[in-house]
Design a binder for this molecule. Structure first.
Ligand SMILES: Nc1nc2c(ncn2[C@@H]2O[C@H](COP(=O)(O)OP(=O)(O)OP(=O)(O)O)[C@@H](O)[C@H]2O)c(=O)[nH]1
Ligand SMILES: [K+]
Ligand SMILES: [Mg+2]
Length: 367
């Protein structure tokens, strides 16, 4: 039996099994197996890549990558053509776009790579259409922009969320607060800061047995973690936590009441590529969700370079800023002077580990 069949079998069994106290452990075990097989399905096969396909993978460039994910003909290519200089073919028929088409959006001094992708449908993760390649691209994104058709019902969104979920993409979620370490001796040790409400030691032990792990430390730091969270931690190298922004296109074709309803959904923007409505707000939201930081550098005795920001990721330190300026500057680093939101006083004298904030001004002093 191939992996796809095994996955199908477990999914069928999960669907058949009633959820109650007596089946809880069995369901947890099935979910654990399912995650393992799905991870195998995504492993590159020898002699070929799992997602790639000829000419499909586009190298990452710029400060962040945004993947356009959606059903066919929702307007992904229309959007790319509106917000970047790249033209991607637009047409009424489905599957117009057959490969990934990158465009660049310059915003706040940053270069954002926007990846137009073929449309996907239910079953994409199991290889329907270009599904596997599209999903592999989505997994490399810093932000997923899920493009939806406002004239269609909520189904598309649910189907896409499930497809992404099944390949280990977690949308708008932070990693579960579970410490897990495999060991060579000592058996399974489970501890928690507060007793978990939806998970117990017996269940953890049985899943670990199924994963052939006999020695490990597990520390649960959040009482709300579920068995799915624990399985994610076990499969951590296959799980990607990616922010997602939902963009409903074609609002020119629905009622004002419907536009208003959609606009109130969480993590959602509404737009019309045809009428060029909502595109500015969309771009602002993309920027906010990426949580990129603009750093202005300043040479001694000169004003800061306000028209030429260095763009770094959230949680960056002075060390990351140094790396962006020049590979070798760290070796001569003495200290940094920082003005702005991250500084306790202006300027603050800081070391390499100081965390910078958006629009800080930084002076690097070298030996
Ligand atoms: N009414 C309306 N139609 C739109 C809008 N944006 C795009 N369309 C139309 O929707 C159709 C599909 O647009 P595309 O940009 O090709 O959609 P896509 O998502 O890239 O499609 P695939 O590449 O086939 O997956 C075209 O006929 C567009 O003219 C919009 O804002 N309003
Ligand atoms: K199309
Ligand atoms: Mg397209």
């Amino acid at each position: 039996m191939g992996i796809v069949e095994k996955i199908q079998q477990i999914e069928d069994e999960l669907a058949r099994t009633q959820k109650n106290k007596a089946t809880e452990y069995h369901i947890g075990l099935l979910k654990g197996k399912l995650a393992r097989y799905r991870a195998q399905l995504l492993e590159p096969t020898p002699g070929g890549s799992s997602g790639g396909g000829q000419g499909f993978e586009v190298s990452k460039s710029g400060d962040a990558r945004i993947a356009l994910i959606g059903f066919p003909s929702v307007g992904k290519s229309s959007l790319l053509s509106k917000i970047t200089k790249t033209k991607s073919e637009v047409a009424q028929y489905s599957f117009t776009t057959l490969t990934s088409v990158p465009g660049v959006l310059e915003y706040n001094g940053a270069e954002l790579q926007i990846l137009d992708l073929p449309g996907i449908i239910g079953g994409a993760s199991e290889g329907k259409g270009r599904g596997r390649q599209v999903i592999a691209s989505a997994k490399t994104a810093d932000l997923i922009l899920m493009v939806l058709d406002a004239t269609k019902g909520p189904n598309q969104r649910e189907i896409l969320e499930q497809e992404l979920e099944s390949v280990g993409i977690r949308l708008n979620k932070t990693p579960p607060n579970i410490y897990y370490k495999q060991k060579t001796t000592g058996g399974i040790k489970v501890s928690s800061t507060a007793p978990p409400k939806y998970l117990d030691e017996k269940q953890i032990a049985s899943i670990l047995r199924d994963y052939r792990v006999h020695n490990a430390d597990v520390l649960i730091r959040d009482e709300n973690v579920t068995v799915d969270d624990f399985i994610d931690v076990l499969n951590a190298q296959h799980i990607a936590y990616i922010p997602c922004l939902y963009a409903y296109n074609k609002i020119d074709a629905v009622s004002l009441e419907e536009v208003d309803r959609l606009a109130r959904l969480p993590d959602t923007v509404v737009m019309s590529c045809h009428l060029e409505l909502g595109l500015d707000v969309l771009i602002e939201r993309i920027w906010d969700d990426l949580k990129l930081l603009r750093i202005y550098t300043k040479r001694k005795g000169e004003p800061p370079s306000f028209d030429d920001a260095l763009v770094v990721r959230s949680n960056s330190t002075i060390e990351n800023v140094c790396d962006r300026i020049h590979r070798s500057i760290k070796d001569q680093f003495k200290y940094a002077l920082v003005w702005g939101a991250s500084a306790k006083h202006n300027p603050q004298k800081c070391g390499l580990s100081h965390h910078v904030a958006d629009e800080d001004v930084v002076s690097i002093l070298t030996k």
